[in-house]
Write a protein that binds this ligand. Sequence first.
Ligand SMILES: Nc1ncnc2c1ncn2[C@@H]1O[C@H](COP(=O)(O)OP(=O)(O)OP(=O)(O)O)[C@@H](O)[C@H]1O
Ligand SMILES: [Mg+2]
Length: 459
Amino acid sequence: MQKLGRVLVIDDGVDMAENCKLLTRFGYEVVTEAESGKAAAQYERERPDLVFTDLRMPGLDGLTVLQAIRAIDPEATVILITAFATIETAVEAIKEGAFDYLPKPFSADQLRVCVQRAMDQRRLRAENRRLLEQLTETHRFDNIIGRSLPMLQVFETIKKVAKSEANILVIGETGTGKELIARSLHANSRRAAGPFIPVDCVSLPENLLESELFGHEKGAFTGAQATRPGLFEFASGGTIFLDEVGDISLNLQAKLLRVLQERQVRRVGSNRMIEVDVRVISATNHDLAQAVGRGGFREDLYYRLNVISLPLPPLRDRAGDIQLIAHHYLAKYAAGSEKEVKGVTPEAMRLLEAHHWPGNVRELQNVMERAVVLAEHELIGPQDLPEQIRIKAEAASPVSPNELPLKRAKEVWAGSFERDYLIQLLKRHDGNISQAAKAACVDRKTVHRLMKKYGIKLS
Ligand SMILES: Nc1ncnc2c1ncn2[C@@H]1O[C@H](COP(=O)(O)OP(=O)(O)OP(=O)(O)O)[C@@H](O)[C@H]1O
Ligand SMILES: [Mg+2]
């Protein structure tokens, strides 16, 4: 029969024989060492999955044995057996890195559960390590992490188009990594040594955006105290990244189109044309083609910007990436916090995978940062995740709320009721939020907030 794992029992011959018998019966291979002074050497030879040692022994005590073994292998899993009188020392041993302690007397069941937990923990740790190793190998492109099919296709496209001079339109929901992709396109282009200039097209009013982009002459408008070159000039020889390009006014769209056609800019208040050599990458989180149809975006400019389009899938559609990205950020934030957080429990991972991620990768990144701050154990558990991630998954899970503590059961029930109520409400009013809000006697903001909370989208 396949053994469940190998256990080294440091045995001074008094009452360990019985434990060895039990462990063998549970399906483990047992190796013993009678002299505590030789335990570390034996560990090195056998490399067992688990070590059992008495705390009080003739020769070296259990704490010293623990230290000697952890000096050889900091990941060693050691369980101490302790009498009531030595429990304080056992707690000390946990701080020193022991996995657990079993106070005497214990039952066969307690022994089995304890060993099984230790083995599970070891397996999880190995799994988490494997995931992190994978990260450093193939599943990334620059800082972009992903192994899902749609992301592998994105990596392929970047490789194919980065070197060309074509303008690229990156399309994706908020937080899907549009800017990250734009930076990677630039870094892999022939312009990599030149500047990368991001411009946020939503945050500035039209006239300010115009002078930001194209520059202005001294005195061109009130407040223009000195002549300033625009960002297109700064970006010359490199790439300009027009973020949220769909929000540019029609008037400015016309000016932008001229710059792209003529490869020249004219500063506000000047007649002189200045040559610029710029590649344009733009990004949008809404459907520009639709805006073109509605007359909100110029068709000619759309085709100029969208020579190649690079659609980014939402995180919820990237099977396998959530696990990978969660581990990446966990390792990053744990390293910055000096906390010994090494992974995520399977329950917590299931919750992360079930979440709808309206804020996509940025949301996952924030969730992991928060979880590392809150974590009290080596593995991040459901208790370290935000409420909205726990509630939704619990509502969708087959666990009946009746089996939960009353307070949680109420929350889960209320959450699932509120979600269903909202879906029906919006259906009845054909997705008209104002009407829905009126019918439910709440304001529009409340409807928006709840839609976001439960990841409800109007189709
Ligand atoms: N595939 C990924 N792997 C690792 N980190 C990612 C990935 N995608 C996005 N991120 C991280 O998520 C955050 C948001 O990414 P980014 O700013 O590029 O998104 P965005 O699409 O531009 O969002 P917005 O529309 O809100 O501007 C950044 O911190 C970025 O580093
Ligand atoms: Mg962005």
